[in-house]
Design a protein around this ligand. Structure first.
Ligand code: SF4
Length: 694
């Protein structure tokens, strides 16, 4: 910590890293942050924080921040510093030229879960109203889009069902495809507190994560499945519940569609879904699956918490629906201590989805083809809107490679590093004629950009983030934007240069518009947020103070809907050339692609991504700890240092994706979730070899 002197004043704001959404007091001396202190009244963190939020905010004033707009004709040209006016004029004239030459659908926009609700709302408005198409998407596409699809289909709304406090009422905690200790540390502490008291624990993960065995916490069951077999396993648990008579019949009668339940129960009771039948597929002993299912169904309040190990699969949406089936069948929804709870990776994944950043939905998850909703937006925005869904990120890149998609506005997202199959992403980017990047650093994607608009960090703007428990927290400006404009002001100016007028004096006015147009936000305002500290949506006439627990008396869709969740193996297969399976994850001190944390003191604790490999696989390849190894897949290869680890099971290797120099996505595939196109980051067939033997 750099001691900068005694603070003179403080500002309450929200951490810009993970989906826990911790509240902090930024202690200031003039316009300089002296330190960040976790705020004791923050409802998501109750005065706690982790090493990221507490110490890793220094990137905001890092010397590599870009604070002047820049343009260039070709991506091989050097950047030219220009005025804001010139940059907006250049971007607008290029976008107009491209639309004239290639058609209205040849451009689009991508927004980010790192930005505020107000900023993402403006980006989707710019695309729908200013570009005249629905080609808008968010980086949630590549993380939690299956959560949106799966929970909306089964329960009626695309969000977690509980507040964080609910974990203190859980008797059985199930953690699936998540590593809260590293990914969501403050919530992990809350969960561990409950586990130390009396709650039982089931971990479903290919890797032996910290929760399986940590001080005073020992999982009752670790179902260490093979990557790509989630759906087979969740079906096996449901099979036990149905065939052993552990179903909560009264709950199903009252809350769910009986015809759906009957056909699902017949489907899931088939022998092919039994633990014994899928033992060989999942790699998990049938007895453990049976015992875990019995514990979930009969152990009292049972709560599921899950992460990207659920969603980032070719059957991500199916798995989310499989978890919903299990929770409905056992009556584990609609009260404290139960539910289905996505642990969102980024600070505002929930919010960016809520704000209508998907190509098929307006804010509040209403389809663009819904006439009544669209007419409401048209009346307020004073422009006709399209009723056909636009392009998702992978479709934009496919269209670009085919020469039909030529212009892209990207706010706060580094798709060249974060999206799968890097070679395909860069081919798409290289094919475009105008890429406008709005970011705080010259990221990997900026190598392909023609206009750079300096972004603002969370310390330089007002707005709101919505965390994983649907809690809308205020983000407050603690210092002026280094580049002179906050992100929301930049989007407004770009829209005005394009000829679609936007006029807001402050982000509170954008929130007022969001609440007018979005029923779940109808009761949200900055005044109320200041008064209450935070609000969990839905917040409206029926719930003026917000909603900690969803689906209490009825599901948002009415009756809960059981879905048939057929297990379909991934198309990514191991074979003689690629005999191992790679899966990926995070480490405590770093955050996503590391653009922020790598520019802080946190990098001292994690200087490189490493490859975790089981001793058996290492020995059979002559690999010892610290060797440099080549990790190769059908897509490409990267070099990493080997870490021999019994956290892994034989046949499965693991790495993180925090460093551009290793670039894990060079190896990942372009397979994706059947419903949402969320990439299958978690399953890649690979080979590992010592580089000095090549
Ligand atoms: Fe809280 Fe997450 Fe920020 Fe850590 S990174 S302080 S857990 S919001």
């Amino acid at each position: 910590v750099i001691e900068l002197g005694k603070p003179e004043h403080s500002v309450i704001t929200t951490c810009a890293y993970c989906g826990v959404g911790c509240s902090f007091k930024a202690e200031m001396k003039g316009n300089t942050v002296v330190r960040m202190v976790p705020y004791k009244d923050g409802k998501a963190n109750e005065g706690h924080s982790c090493v990221k939020g507490r110490f890793a905010w220094g990137y905001a004033t890092h010397k590599e921040r870009i604070t002047t707009p820049m343009i260039r004709e070709k991506i091989t040209d050097p950047w030219r510093i220009v005025s804001w006016e010139k940059a907006f004029e250049h971007a607008a004239s290029e976008f107009k030229r491209i639309q004239t030459q290639y058609g209205r659908d040849s451009i689009g926009g991508i927004t980010s879960s790192r930005c505020t609700n107000e900023e993402t709302f403006l980006v989707q408005k710019l695309v729908r109203a200013g570009f005249g198409n629905n080609n808008v998407d968010t980086c949630a596409r590549v993380c939690h889009s299956p959560t949106g699809y799966g929970l909306k289909t089964t329960l009626g709304t695309s969000a977690g069902t509980q507040d964080f406090a609910s974990v203190s009422q859980a008797d059985v905690i199930v953690v699936i495809g998540a590593n809260p200790t590293d990914g969501h540390p403050v919530f992990a502490s809350r969960m561990k507190r409950r586990l130390r008291e009396e709650a039982r624990l089931i971990v479903i993960d290919p890797r032996r994560i910290d929760l399986v065995k940590s001080p005073h916490v020992l999982a009752d069951y670790h179902l260490q499945l093979l990557p790509g077999t989630n759906v087979a396993l969740i079906n096996a648990l449901a099979h036990v519940v149905v065939t052993e008579g552990l179903v909560n019949e009264a709950y199903i009668r009252e809350r769910c569609d009986p015809a759906d339940f009957e056909s699902w129960a017949r489907f899931i009771a088939e022998d092919r879904h039994s633990p014994e039948a899928v033992e060989r597929v999942t790699g998990v002993p049938a007895a453990d699956m049976r015992a875990a299912a019995r514990l979930y169904a009969t152990g009292g309040n049972a709560a599921i918490y899950y992460g990207l190990g659920v969603t980032e699969h070719s059957q991500g949406s199916t798995m989310v629906m499989g978890m919903a089936n299990l929770a409905m069948a056992t009556g584990n929804l609609g009260r404290g201590g139960v539910g289905i709870n996505p642990l969102r990776g980024q600070n505002n994944v929930q919010g960016s989805c809520d704000m209508g950043s998907f190509p098929h939905e307006f804010s509040g998850y209403r389809h663009v083809s819904d006439d009544a909703t669209r007419h409401m937006f048209e009346a307020l925005w004073n422009v006709p809107l399209r009723s056909d869904p636009g392009l998702r990120i992978p479709n934009m890149l496919d269209e670009a490679v085919e020469g039909r998609f030529k212009g892209l506005y990207i706010q706060g997202e580094d798709i060249a590093q974060s999206d799968p199959d890097t070679q395909h992403v860069t081919a798409g980017l290289e094919s475009m004629e105008c890429i406008v990047i709005q970011d705080i650093f010259l990221n990997e994607t900026a190598k392909y950009a023609h206009v750079f608009l300096p972004g603002s960090s969370f310390l330089e703007k007002d707005g709101t983030f919505t965390n994983a428990e649907r809690r809308i927290n205020r983000v407050r400006k603690v210092m002026p934007p280094l580049a002179g404009m906050a992100d929301w002001e930049v989007t407004i100016a770009l829209s005005n240069a394009l000829g679609y007028r936007m006029n807001y004096a402050h982000p509170s006015e954008i929130m007022d518009e969001i609440s007018r147009l979005t029923p779940t936000f109808a009761g949200v305002s900055y005044e109320k947020l200041d008064l209450l500290g935070s609000i969990q949506w839905p917040c409206n006439e029926a719930a003026p103070l917000g909603t900690p627990t969803m689906h209490v008396d009825r599901f948002v869709r009415g009756k809960g809907k059981f879905m048939l969740t057929e297990f379909v193996p991934t198309e990514e297969r191991t074979g003689p050339l690629f005999p191992l399976l790679l899966t990926t994850g995070r480490i405590l001190t770093q955050y996503n692609v590391g653009a922020q944390t790598r520019r802080t003191e946190n990098s001292r604790w994690h200087e490189e991504d490493v490859l975790e490999i089981h001793p058996f696989d290492a020995e059979s390849r002559g690999i010892v700890a610290g060797d440099m190894v080549l990790l190769e897949s059908r897509s490409g290869g990267i070099t990493l240092r080997a870490l021999i680890s019994e956290r892994m099971q034989p046949g499965v290797v693991y790495t993180t994706f925090h460093h551009a120099k290793t670039g894990a996505n060079v190896v990942t595939t372009d397979y994706s979730d059947w419903a949402t196109n969320c990439p299958e980051y978690k399953v890649t067939a690979v080979q590992v070899r010592r580089t000095n033997r090549l």
